[in-house]
Write a protein that binds this ligand. Structure first.
Ligand code: SF4
Length: 430
C-alpha cells in the first residue's frame, strides 16, 4: 500500500483536522510514516498566522524535493488558502488546497498516486459550510472541532480571510462526535475552533448550551475549553465551569495588549476594564483556576509607555502564565500598512521581557498550588520511571510510575516543583 507523511503547522484546529484526514486515509488502507522517512505522498497542513510558519512550509517543500524528488506533494490549510496561485507557481507542487476543500484530500490522493493530476480548481474551497473533525491519535485526550472561521477581523489577523466567516456544527452532531470519542476510551475532550465562544447553531443554541449538553455525555470525564475571547466568556459560562465536575478550571484568554489605545488599533472587542473584571470573576469563583493569556509584543505604534502599561497590567492580574507572540506583519491585513512598524530586534526584546514575566507568574501559580489535592489524567510514562499528566487546572505533574495507569485519573497531592518546571506529586488514591 502507498505511504503518506503529513506535517501540520499552526494551531490546535489544524492538528485536529490533520488527524481527521489521516484517519480517513488510513481507513482507505494508506500507511502513514514519519515525515523524515521516505513516502509516496507528502501533505503539509499550512499556517498563515506568522511569517515563521510560512518559512517553515517553504523549508519542508525544499526538504522533500531534495531528498525524495519522486514523491507527490499536497499543500493545504490557511497559507495555501490565501496564496494558492503564488505557491503553485513558486513550488510546483502537485496540488494546493485551502481551508475547507482540504477534506477532499481523501478523494484526491488515490488519483494523484495513480498518476493522474487532479486540478484543485475541481475542488472549490467553499468556506460557507462547516466540516467537523476530531482527533483520536492521542490515547488520553481528543481535540473536537465545534466551530470554524471568524467574523471579528482584528487588524493583525489573517484567519478570517483564510477560513471564512464564523460557522458552527449542530449541537446534536457535536454530542454524537463526543460520544464517538468516549467510545474510543478517551476521557478528556478539548473543544477547538477559531472563535469557539462564537459557537451558534442555526437553531440559536450558543456556547453555554453546548457546554450544558456536553456535561451530560456519559463516561466523558473532562472537558477543556481551548482559547475563548474575553467578551464571549460570560459570567454564566464561568459559573457553570465553577459548579461542574467535568468542565475544567482552565481558561486560555487572548488579551493581546494591556493598553486600551492599542486594543482599539487592533479592533479587539473589549477593553482592559472588561478583561480585568472577567479575570477577577473567575478567581472569585475558582481561586485555583489556571488562566493563560495571549499577548502580542511590538504591535505597530506600540510606544515604550504602551509596553509599560501592558507589563504593569499583566503584573497586577492574578493570571497563571502568558503565550507571548512578537507581532508578525501579515500581508492583506490592515495592520500591515500601519505606520510606526517596530524592528524585529525591538519586537523580540519586548517579547523577552514578557516571557520573563510569564515565567515569574507560572512559578507563583505552581507555588500557590503546592500541598493541594488535584486530579491528574495520566498520559505517558518517562524513561526515568515517572507517570506524567496534567491536573484539572493544567499543572504538569510527575508521579512515581505504577503499571497500567495510562489514561487513568489519579488523586494526588502536589509536593515540590522539579528542575524541569513540572510538579512532583504523590498518589493519594486510584
Ligand atoms: S478573534 Fe481576531 S485574532 Fe481571533 S481569529 Fe478572529 S480575527 Fe483572528
Amino acid at each position: 500500500m502507498k505511504s503518506i507523511a503529513i506535517k501540520t503547522l499552526g494551531c490546535k484546529l489544524n492538528f485536529t483536522e490533520s488527524a481527521h484526514i489521516e484517519r480517513l486515509l488510513k481507513e482507505q488502507g494508506y500507511v502513514f510514516v514519519p515525515f523524515e522517512q521516505e513516502a509516496d505522498m507528502y501533505v503539509i497542513n499550512t499556517c498563515a498566522v506568522t511569517e515563521q510558519a510560512e518559512k517553515k512550509c517553504a523549508y519542508y517543500i525544499h526538504h522533500i524535493k531534495n531528498h525524495f524528488p519522486q514523491a507527490k506533494i499536497a499543500l493545504m490549510g490557511c497559507y495555501s488558502a490565501l496564496r494558492k496561485n503564488e505557491l503553485q507557481a513558486r513550488f510546483e507542487v502537485d496540488i494546493v488546497l485551502g481551508s475547507n476543500n482540504k477534506f477532499e484530500l481523501s478523494h484526491i490522493i488515490p488519483s494523484l498516486l495513480a498518476g493522474d493530476s487532479p486540478k484543485s480548481t475541481s475542488y472549490p474551497d467553499n468556506t460557507s459550510t462547516f466540516i467537523d473533525s476530531y482527533s483520536l491519535h492521542e490515547r488520553t485526550r481528543s481535540f473536537l472541532k465545534i466551530q470554524d472561521g471568524c467574523n471579528y477581523y482584528c487588524t493583525y489577523c489573517t484567519i478570517p480571510y483564510a477560513r471564512g466567516h464564523s460557522r458552527s456544527d449542530s449541537l446534536s452532531h457535536v454530542i454524537t462526535n463526543a460520544e464517538q470519542i468516549v467510545a474510543n476510551g478517551i476521557k478528556e475532550i478539548i473543544l477547538s475552533g477559531v472563535n469557539i465562544g462564537d459557537f451558534r447553531t442555526p437553531e440559536g443554541e450558543g456556547f453555554y448550551d453546548l457546554l450544558l449538553a456536553l456535561e451530560k455525555v456519559k463516561d466523558l470525564k473532562r472537558i477543556r475549553i481551548s482559547s475563548i475571547e474575553p467578551n464571549l466568556l460570560t459570567h454564566d459560562i464561568i459559573q457553570l465551569v465553577s459548579k461542574s465536575e467535568k468542565l475544567l478550571p482552565h481558561f486560555h484568554i487572548p488579551l493581546q495588549s494591556g493598553s486600551d489605545k492599542i486594543l482599539k488599533q487592533m479592533k479587539r472587542r473589549y477593553n482592559c476594564d472588561l478583561f480585568t473584571e472577567r479575570i477577577h470573576f473567575i478567581k472569585q469563583h475558582m481561586p485555583h483556576a489556571c488562566i493563560a493569556v495571549d499577548v502580542i509584543a511590538g504591535f505597530p505604534g506600540e510606544t515604550e509607555e504602551d509596553l509599560q502599561d501592558t507589563y504593569a497590567f499583566l503584573e497586577r492580574l492574578p493570571i497563571s502564565y502568558l503565550h507571548v507572540f512578537p507581532y508578525s506583519r501579515r500581508p492583506g491585513t490592515p495592520a500591515y500598512d500601519m505606520p510606526n512598524q517596530l524592528s524585529n530586534h525591538e519586537k523580540s526584546h519586548r517579547a523577552k521581557m514578557l516571557i520573563e514575566l510569564s515565567d515569574k507568574k507560572k512559578l507563583a501559580f505552581y507555588k500557590e498550588n503546592l500541598n493541594s489535592v488535584r486530579q491528574v489524567l495520566i498520559e505517558s510514562t518517562t524513561k526515568q520511571g515517572y507517570d506524567i499528566g496534567f491536573t484539572e487546572n493544567y499543572i504538569r505533574v510527575k508521579i512515581e510510575h505504577t503499571p497500567k495507569k495510562i489514561n487513568n485519573i489519579q488523586t494526588v497531592r502536589l509536593n515540590t516543583i522539579d528542575a524541569d518546571g513540572s510538579v512532583i506529586a504523590e498518589r493519594i488514591e486510584g
